[in-house]
Structure formats: structure tokens, C-alpha cells
Ligand binder design. Sequence first.
Ligand code: BES
Ligand code: ZN
Ligand code: ZN
Length: 468
Amino acid sequence: MKISVTDKRPAKGDVIVLTSEEGKLPNVPEAEFKGAALSLYSEHKDGRRVVYAGLGKAGEIKSDTIRKAVGAAVKKLAGLEVASVVLELDKYWAEAQAAVEGAYIGAYKYEEFLPEERRRKIAIKSITLVAGKTNLAKVRAAAKEGEVLGEATNLVRKLGDSPGNVIYPETLATRAQQVAKANGLSCKVWTDAALKKDKFGGLLAVGGGSVRGPRFIEMRYNCRKAKAPTIAVVGKAITFDTGGISIKPDSAMDEMKFDKMGGCAVLGIMQAVAKLKLPVNVVGLISSAENMPDGAAYRPGDIVTTFDGQTVEVLNTDAEGRIVLADALGYARTRVKPDYMIDMATLTGAVVVALGMDRAGVFTEDEKRRMQWHKLGEQTGDRVWPMPVGDEYDEQVKSDIATVKNLGNSRWGGACTAASFLKTWVGDIPWTHLDIAGTAWATSAKPYLEKGATGAAVRLVTAFLKEF
Ligand code: BES
Ligand code: ZN
Ligand code: ZN
């Protein structure tokens, strides 16, 4: 998709016009369109299609309102197989970044395995932003950032929508190497022998039951600035989670191809950080395994020794994400020694019970950071809500025979006991954990988004790194 910015409406292409409730459309009955958020109204005017995208009340329009409204309009035009789109930003020119992100989000559809006749014949080739008489250089810079984040989001969505027989630890590692090569990042992959040699006991245990061996992936972005801080961004990438010996019930087990979304987000973030040339060093770490039941699978009761030597009493093989993350966090703490750590994971069903599917849980002990995550969540549309960390949960993962156990004493507060478990490997490094189990994929389509992977946390974490 080619994005460009001009100051007056080009003669060709279907047009999107942003319309608030106050910006009435003459000759259109209110029942048909009154500019409500996410509503659309199309008409043909001067030989071209014009789509009015509702923004709701003028006083309540935020970046994310623009992102989703543009997303809805572009999704509609993409479905109509339109090739070139003109987007009238008009007085919303300051929201060019959000608008372009929305355009990418709306244009994406996973078609890899659809029969030829059901695929789109024409994809959107160009989007021209009309910004009116303003600082075009500024709008162009913002649009460029939107492009980087939109591309990163869709890269992650494509990985996510790809099923477990296409994306498994080995192929995910290959994708990471491709992204690294294309963006000037270093990339190191641990295969079975290296994992054994370096004692990644968590990954080896969780991946033990699969014929597709686990991988640990490290991607590094170096900003080449003296005294720049280093941030480790860690992701859970279980390419398919059957639950293992503690096997899951069959309802919706297919969705567990999305259990890799935290790790996939790391890939997208690394690409975005490199393209934006952010002035921080970022180390992306992905723990990837397939959780399968098998003769070689780990079992309830096993005690696993993780990378840093701390041990886990396994009480349920379906609480596997925290075990592969223990290796990655322990590696980050002892080898990378970063100034800050962020981990992202589709970690618990409990966070979905707590917050639903539109907000991820954010766990951090630092109140200022908690507020920062919340603010960035509202801005980027990657919304979050604070969840507690504390010794009341630490108590619940204590084990009589190992450092910790991988289940809380009761099933209540499961997202919080999972976060406490992770904290064991974090030590004194300032840290945030994002539980994206509810937000990583959509179980039904939205006006601005196809059903499937969402790319959750990519825009949020990149914005955090930009501010760091
Ligand atoms: N991948 C799941 C968490 C999950 C469940 C994500 C549903 C999205 C939707 C994770 O590995 C898991 O199975 N967690 C268990 C933990 C439990 C056994 C303590 C859960 O949440 O039920
Ligand atoms: Zn599981
Ligand atoms: Zn899982």
C-alpha cells in the first residue's frame, strides 16, 4: 500500500470523508446516517464513490476514534475491491498516524488458503491523505509512522492467523531471521542441542511432547547512541497449546494457534523499532514451543530446572506459558541485564474473565508506569487495565519442593498468580507484564477489523519504547 499526502483532493479514487455528528450531511435522512462513531454512509457523487465515516460527537473524538473510523471505511472499500483511496483528513490532519494505522488494520484479510475465486482480485494500492493547508511535512512524518506501525501490526496478524501446521517454532524462527535481515537486526536462534547445552529447561520440558522442537530466539536492535537504555521485550510463543497431558477440553481448541501472539508481537515491535530508529536499545526474546501430549511430554508432578537454576513444580501442564517465559526472563535478567523488561503473553483465561476481550491486563509495581501504560493504551487503541501484583499472590505459588509451583492454591485470581510466578524470574529489574489472552485475537469481526489475530501490544509497546 502506497501512502501519500497532498493538500488538495486528487481527481481519481474513491473518497473517505470523516464526519462528526455535528457535521450534518445535506439531503441524507438522520435515520440513514447521522455521523455516529463507526457508522458509514456511501453515495456516488461526481462519478466517484464517497464514503462518510462517522466519528460520533465532535467533543469526544480521540486518536482511536479516527483510527477505527478510517479502519471501518477502508475495510468496506477493500471488500469492494477498490484500488485507490482518497482520505479527506481535513481538520483532523494531526491524526494522520492513527488514520494510516486504521487504514492498514481495515485493509488486512487472511486469504492464504482461500480458493482463488474467493480471494480479492484487487487490493488497495494507494491511499492519498488530503491534509488541506497545513504543515505537510509534519503530516507526512506522522503518516510514515502510521505506515510502520500498520505494517508491523499486519505482519503480526498474518503470523497469528497462520495455523499450527504452518507456523511452529522452527518456522517462526525463520520468520524472525527474515525480519532481522530486512531491518538490520541481529538474530540468534537456539535449536534443540543449543537449548540443552545452555540448560533452557523450561522450553525443553514444555516442547518435549512435540515432534516440532522448541526454539529460543533473540533479536537485537542497537541504536548506536552512547548511554542509551536497554529494554528487553519478551514474548510467549506457544505455536499450539493443547494443554499437554493436562489436555484442554475440545471446545475452541483451534483458537490455541493464537497462543503464540506474545512472541509474534515481539517480531512486529522489533521491526517497528528498527524502522523508526528509536533511540533505545531493544532486545527481543521469544520462547517458542508446541505444547503436546506424547510419550516424551512433561507431566504433572515433574520438577523442571529453568535457565537461571530456579525450579518449577509442575502441577498442570496447561500452565505452560509461564514456564517458557521463566527461561526467557531468567535469560534476560542474567545475560542481557536490561534497564527495563516487558513481557507479553496470552497467559491466562482468567484475565479474559476479569477484563473481557477489549483490554489487556497490565501488571507492574510502579504506579507511574501503570498510568503511562493506561494513557498509551487509550492513544494507540491497544487498551489495557491495571491488575494487581503483590505478596498475597506470591504466597499462592510457593512450593514445598521447588522454587515455585505453576498453579495458584485456588483457581481464583489466576491472572495475578501467573504474574507472581513470572516475578520470581524478574528479580530487581523494573518490569511490566501484559496478559493479552483476551485481546490477541477477535472471535468475531468488528467494523474495522476482520475476525482473527489483532496484533495486540505492537502499537502499545512501540509507543512505550518511543517514550522511554
Ligand atoms: N494459553 C492458555 C491461556 C488462554 C486461555 C489464553 C484461553 C486465551 C484463551 C494458557 O496456557 C492456559 O492454558 N492457562 C490456564 C492456566 C491454568 C491451568 C492455571 C488457564 O488459564 O486456564
Ligand atoms: Zn496452556
Ligand atoms: Zn498457553
